[in-house]
Design a protein around this ligand. Structure first.
Ligand SMILES: [Zn+2]
Length: 204
């Protein structure tokens, strides 16, 4: 083959690769704010799409890196947990734990949603501090967040992103109903408690 034709072929191959690479990255979030790695079984691209959407929703810096994610043993009623340093436990690392049983028995899509829920906790915990890392955070924050309509909107947004990617209606139903059931009860309880406390001590 003439040398020129070979060169042209090679150039075409390189262009095709470059186009494929740039079309794969359509995220408005910079790479340094993405997950670079996740425990096996969690799809990194999907997790990054959820994380990027959430950062946009709460006006966090788009380059904000996500907390590290670990798989470990959690109480049997917990799918996942948001861990962070508090005045009582200042050495805890701001991180997310997914229960090994969740990884083992739940649909990978549900695992992504659980991860999204905990990512929302991390953003809502950092936001009062302008998304700057602190030595410790108030221990009560995550429980208050469950009852915040904005938090509920952001976690539902995670379900929407995952729906866009996977179109799994049964997993979406599970995500949405779990959010409503567990937190609905919890928030009803805490608002009743608030009313009782306000009744007892009006200035509380
Ligand atoms: Zn939660």
């Amino acid at each position: 083959m003439p040398r020129l034709a070979m060169t042209m072929l090679l150039t075409f191959a390189l262009c095709a690769t470059a186009t494929a690479d740039s079309s794969r990255r359509v995220s408005p979030c910079p790479v340094e704010g993405d997950f670079q790695a996740l425990p096996s079984g969690i799809d990194v691209d999907s997790a990054n799409r959820v994380w990027c959407r959430m950062k946009q929703q709460v006006h966090a810096p788009l380059g904000l890196a996500p907390p590290p994610v670990f798989v470990g043993a959690l109480p049997s009623n917990k799918y996942s947990a948001f861990v962070f340093p508090t005045p009582e436990a200042p050495d805890d690392l701001l991180s997310i734990e997914i229960a090994s049983t969740t990884m083992q028995y739940e649909d990978p899509l549900f695992v992504l949603w659980a991860l999204g829920h905990e990512l929302a906790h991390s953003l809502f915990t950092l936001r009062p501090f302008g998304f700057e890392t602190q030595d410790t955070y108030p221990a009560s924050l995550p429980n208050v967040q469950h009852c915040d309509p904005e938090f509920q909107r952001v976690t539902k947004g995670a379900a929407d992103v995952l729906w866009d990617i996977y179109h799994s209606s049964d997993q979406r139903l599970k995500m949405v109903s779990l959010e409503k059931d567990t937190h609905g009860r919890e928030c009803a309880y805490s608002s009743n408690l608030n009313r009782l406390q306000e009744g007892r001590k009006a200035t509380y």
